[in-house]
Write a protein of this length. Sequence first.
Length: 222
Amino acid sequence: MSDNASELLAEVEAEIAKACKIARRKVHEVTLIAVSKTHPAEAITPLLDAGQRVFGENRVQEAQGKWPELKERYDGVELHLVGQLQSNKAEDAVALFDCIHSLDRPSLVKALGKAMDKADKRIPCFIQLNIGEEEQKGGCAVGDVPALIEQARAADIPLAGLMCVPPFGIEPAPFFALLDKLARDNSLEGRSMGMSGDYPTAIMLGATHIRVGTALFGERGG
């Protein structure tokens, strides 16, 4: 399994390098987040052994069950929360994660600001946009971005950038281009966009963080 993890990681890294070359970007400008949600610790360790150190989880509770021990065993692990965050889990998220990708509403700004003050630590956050205006998805409306940025800055929350998940089954490039424009318009550096099926496109349109699960772990269960 370890050899397979090394091969899959090498394949993804080669694709990242290829996309960066086409876009005339440096490979170090793109952070690969291995999305380990629903995968047990034993499925994650081969990737850690292969050298991957940045991982993404969807749920605070699931991450609490496997990452404290893994972080003790492996140096330099960086853990990103890439799923929706409930306000009542803000303290737990601040305690465990190194970055949060799903800041999407004023109530969460308030909860995270309070949790960071209490813990006396600041966690970089991406503002998540509902870029395709989909009712079932989290994320703030495009028009609400400037106000949410202002609220986050007032709460002393470090802003890493913007994050989006384009609508499934539609060409993602226009959505990535829109996120890139909005990040530029609001003087934000980070663009968390692109997953297993479309990350080369995202890289060519400015992604700084790509969230890759299936291409590294295979089809997930649960």
